[in-house]
Each structure stands twice: as structure tokens, then as C-alpha cells.
Design a protein around this ligand. Structure first.
Ligand code: CO8
Length: 372
């Protein structure tokens, strides 16, 4: 058995940002337009009026202040409300692969490694830009990596589930060095015309390099990881390869984008995550007071405050449970890895922390790491 370790991470940050204020101006212009165009149906009660959004609500309900996106012009155009992303030819690198390679190269550079030394690439994200060939195999080729590569999708928990899969293979000896990469173009599957969720997501890509402890001088030993799932329809996207077979398959259907019952998700996911972390710590014999930091999934500040209090048994001190969602919004699987990337430099050997993601499925993944 080999001991796996996270030896570097990398983050690709998209070129465009959108502040809450900019987003709300565009949304309200869309709402006014919609309400004017459908005034008769609204008056007859056949359609509901689209109410205005507000920056104050967004910040108070979520803690989000801005988000990065691959294209802001399409999102902020009230006549469009989704990004312009150029259709690439099949001979060009795909957009997800391009974002992923940037994040992977940053991680490889930090670790002093080359792509050729990698023998597993897992592309783990909440949506893939195509069904096949796997985006991971394209990334493997662009990096000049060997071995094999595959895609996996566990929505917001994709990164931690990917880390567990890679760590298990390193333990077993079937691979030596793995990249788990999370390119998230959430702007492509967010419904920017829905006031309840238009502010939630942002785009980004993260990469995590996992090696044998003996192969790297420093990093974070993966002491233990745990994944859990429990079926729920409260976060759902019905888009898929059977779409054209549906009676209204090509219509602009709301359920072909991200859908959620936000309040139910909030209430149901919190106890699930707290119990998951508690059991993981208990079974591993790690007391909560051994954890210097929690790098939590970045969906909602209030959720993270609650989890931090429950896990630590007190209010977290500043820096014990850092949030990045004010800058990035919810970046699905990438959120906890951005937090880890930004806030792990100050660890001394022997200090421990916990990476935790949660989201659609429902799914929860936790990884206990120790600096060496
Ligand atoms: N502006 C102004 N008012 C608003 C707005 C708005 N934008 N939106 C809602 N309101 C109003 C509502 O209409 C409501 O009014 P009233 O009280 O009169 O009915 C009031 O504000 C309160 O609304 P909510 O109860 O909905 O507000 P909450 O306090 O619950 O906050 C949140 C909403 C922020 C969505 C919150 O419920 C939340 O964070 N829930 C958990 C979300 C979460 O973690 N989801 C995980 C999904 S991510 C995932 O798993 C990955 C999926 C794959 C990625 C997809 C990428 C696109």
C-alpha cells in the first residue's frame, strides 16, 4: 500500500467578472422587458409577473458579492441571458479542456512536475461539454500525460469523489501520479432568467495533483476520505441525451437548466453534512480540535457558518473556515479546492485540515489531510 498525498493545486480564473449590481441591472431589464411583452397574459393571470431582483437580498441570503464567468456579454444582455461561447471545431481544444489544462499546469509547476509524469487524469465536474470522447482524455493528450483518463460527474461533490478515486488507485498501486481536475462552466447551465437562482453560480477550473508521499518532499497526506450519497430531486437538471426524444424536447424548457428547491436543500443538506463529517472524524479517531482549518464547499455563507459551528462545537475563529464565495460565488465542485488553494500555505508539518463538498445527488465528500 502506498500513502497518497495532495502535493499541489492550481486554479484557472476566467477573464470576466460580474458584480451583484451589474447582474441585478441586467436581470431587472430582462424582467421589465418580459413583463411588458406579456402584459396581457399577466393581466389575465395566465403568466406570473417577473419580480425584480436585488443586490441586498443576494448578499444577505448567500454572502456572494461577485462571480467570474467565461463571457459576461451574453449573460448581461437582457435579450439573451446566457453566455456567448464560440463553437470550436473538433480539431481545436475544447473549452473545458483548455480551462482544465491551465489549472493542471499551475499545479504541475508548483510541484515541479511535468504532464508526462502523470498517469491518471480524472475530469470531475457537474456537466461535460460533450458525451464522448471523454474530456479527461483530451486533457491527458494536451498535457502529454500517460496512463489513462476518464470523466466523472457527482455535481458539487465531484472534486472530493475524484480525490478519493485517485487516492485509492495510488494506494493500490494501479497509478503513481494523478490529476483531478474540475472545470466548471456553471454559466452554461444556470438559468439566468430565474430570480431565485440567477445569482448563485460562477465559472472556474481547479486541479489537484495527487502523488505518493515518498515521491514529493512536502504536501498534504490524505489521511482518510469518505463519500456518501442519498437520492434527492431537490437539485436537478433534466437535460441529457434523450432530450430530442421528448415530445417538446427542443423547446426552451426550464428543467433543462439548473433547478433547485433552495430552502429544502438548505434544510436537508445541513444535517446530512454535519453528521457525515462527525462520523468521518469519529471513525478516523481525529478529534475536531485537531483540525486547523475546514475548506468547505462554497455555496452559501450561512450554511458554512452553521457547519463550522456544528463541527468545531463553537464559533470558528477567523481563518478556521475561510470563504471564497464572496468573490467566486458557488463554483460547484471547485469551491472547496479554491479555498484549499488560497488558504493552505501556512500549515506546519503535523497540522490537519478537512476538505468537504456537498450538493446535488445529494452527495457529500470529505477528505482529512495532514501537512508533511
Ligand atoms: N432578489 C430579491 N428577492 C428574492 C430573490 C432575489 N434574487 N430571490 C428570492 N427572493 C425572495 C423570495 O421570493 C422570497 O420572498 P417571500 O418571502 O416573499 O416568499 C424571499 O426572497 C426569500 O426567498 P428564499 O426563501 O428562496 O431565500 P433563502 O433565504 O432560502 O435564500 C438561497 C435562497 C440563497 C438559494 C438559499 O436557499 C440557499 O443557499 N440554499 C442552498 C443552495 C445550495 O446549496 N444549493 C446547492 C446547489 S449546487 C449543486 O449541488 C451543484 C449543482 C450543479 C451545478 C449547477 C450549475 C448551474
Amino acid at each position: 500500500m502506498h500513502q497518497p498525498a495532495i502535493t499541489a493545486t492550481g486554479v484557472f480564473v476566467p477573464p470576466d467578472t460580474i458584480s451583484n449590481d451589474e447582474l441585478v441591472v441586467a436581470f431587472n431589464a430582462y424582467a421589465d422587458r418580459f413583463n411588458a411583452e406579456h402584459a396581457a397574459e399577466i393581466a389575465a393571470g395566465a403568466l406570473a409577473e417577473v419580480p425584480h431582483s436585488s443586490s441586498e437580498f443576494i448578499h444577505k441570503a448567500s454572502g456572494i458579492e461577485s462571480r467570474y464567468v467565461m463571457d459576461r456579454t451574453g449573460v448581461l444582455d437582457p435579450a439573451r441571458m446566457y453566455p456567448h461561447l464560440r463553437q470550436r471545431s473538433d480539431d481545436e481544444p475544447g473549452i473545458m479542456a483548455e480551462m482544465a489544462v491551465d489549472a493542471c499546469e499551475k499545479a504541475l509547476t508548483k510541484a515541479g512536475r511535468t504532464g508526462a509524469e502523470v498517469d491518471l487524469v480524472i475530469c470531475a465536474a457537474s456537466n461535460m461539454e460533450r458525451a464522448y470522447p471523454a474530456v479527461a482524455i483530451e486533457i491527458q493528450q494536451l498535457l502529454g500525460a500517460g496512463g489513462f483518463a476518464f470523466d466523472m460527474n457527482v455535481a458539487c461533490s465531484s472534486a472530493t469523489f475524484g480525490i478519493q478515486a485517485a487516492a485509492d488507485m495510488i494506494r493500490a498501486g494501479s497509478v503513481r501520479r494523478a490529476l483531478v481536475v474540475n472545470p466548471e462552466i456553471t454559466s452554461g447551465h444556470l438559468e439566468w432568467r430565474d430570480r431565485d437562482c440567477h445569482f448563485i453560480f460562477g465559472d472556474v477550473a481547479t486541479a489537484t495533483l495527487i502523488e505518493r508521499v515518498d515521491d514529493a518532499q512536502s504536501g498534504f497526506v490524505i489521511r482518510s476520505s469518505r463519500c456518501g450519497t442519498e437520492f434527492s430531486n431537490h437539485i436537478r437538471n433534466n437535460n441529457g441525451f434523450l432530450r430530442r426524444t421528448r415530445p417538446d424536447g427542443m423547446a426552451d424548457r426550464r428543467d433543462m437548466q439548473f433547478m433547485q428547491e433552495g430552502r429544502k436543500v438548505f434544510k436537508e443538506v445541513l444535517p446530512l453534512v454535519c453528521a457525515h463529517i462527525q462520523h468521518h472524524l469519529d471513525d478516523t479517531g481525529v478529534a475536531a480540535n485537531r483540525l486547523k482549518r475546514l475548506w468547505l464547499h462554497q455555496a452559501n455563507k450561512t450554511m458554512n457558518d452553521f457547519i463550522g459551528r456544528k463541527v468545531l462545537g463553537r464559533d470558528p475563529e477567523p481563518g478556521e473556515q475561510p470563504n471564497i464565495l464572496q468573490e467566486f460565488a458557488n463554483t460547484s465542485s471547485a469551491g472547496s479546492i479554491i479555498a484549499f488553494d488560497r488558504f493552505s500555505e501556512d500549515f506546519a508539518p503535523g497540522e490537519m485540515g478537512l476538505i468537504c463538498s456537498f450538493g446535488a445527488g445529494y452527495s457529500v465528500g470529505s477528505v482529512i489531510v495532514e501537512k508533511y
